[in-house]
Design a protein around this ligand. Structure first.
Ligand SMILES: CC(C)(COP(=O)(O)OP(=O)(O)OC[C@H]1O[C@@H](n2cnc3c(N)ncnc32)[C@H](O)[C@@H]1OP(=O)(O)O)[C@@H](O)C(=O)NCCC(=O)NCCS
Length: 146
């Protein structure tokens, strides 16, 4: 299958900014939108951090979303976000599959809201299995790719 991931370039950030503030996406991920200043600071940090890996998801030449991996509390965590106009095309699944093939660290982990059935399905299709859960403000499941 053709690759759909490439390195993130600064001009992708405008699209990422719009994607991360779509109300349907915020509701799905139970994650609030960042304002532009907070978003820019967040991405500046990601792009400056050598321990974080970030890729842009491309669909028909357009920026469709991103997938990334970072270290937190001794775990290597993955996350992804797809713009709503690109949902339902199998892009998140293809992107995560391609990403984990390139990312050597194992285990990989992902936290997902219990209600986020689409994201849970993406993780399962990529071989992740549920290994834990927690309740903070949100009920979340921990998935692992070993
Ligand atoms: C969740 C998300 C990544 C899915 O992206 P996508 O590209 O539409 O996902 P895919 O097309 O690869 O779908 C994968 C599977 O999930 C299912 N699925 C996707 N969204 C779904 C939804 N809202 N409800 C139920 N199932 C859903 C698909 O039907 C497919 O399953 P199938 O192959 O058995 O039919 C995307 O909706 C998104 O970015 N949401 C906002 C941010 C977010 O939740 N990020 C993840 C945080 S953990």
């Amino acid at each position: 299958m053709t690759a759909i991931l490439r390195d993130v370039v600064e001009s992708d950030l405008d699209a990422f900014f719009e994607h991360q503030r779509e109300p349907a996406a915020n509701e799905m991920a139970i994650f609030p939108a960042r304002d532009r200043e907070t978003f820019d600071a967040h991405w500046r940090k990601i792009l400056a951090d050598d321990s974080t890996t970030q890729k842009t998801i491309v669909h028909e030449g357009r920026v469709a979303g991103n997938v990334l991996c970072w270290s937190q509390d001794g775990q290597r965590l993955v996350g992804y976000w797809v713009g709503s106009e690109f949902w339902g095309k199998g892009l998140a699944t293809r992107a995560l599959r391609e990403f984990v093939e390139e990312e050597p660290a194992r285990p990989l982990h992902a936290w997902v809201a219990t209600s986020n059935v689409g994201s849970i399905r993406v993780l399962e299709k990529c071989g992740f299995v549920q290994v834990g859960s927690r309740t903070t403000d949100v009920e979340e499941l921990l998935f692992e790719l070993s």
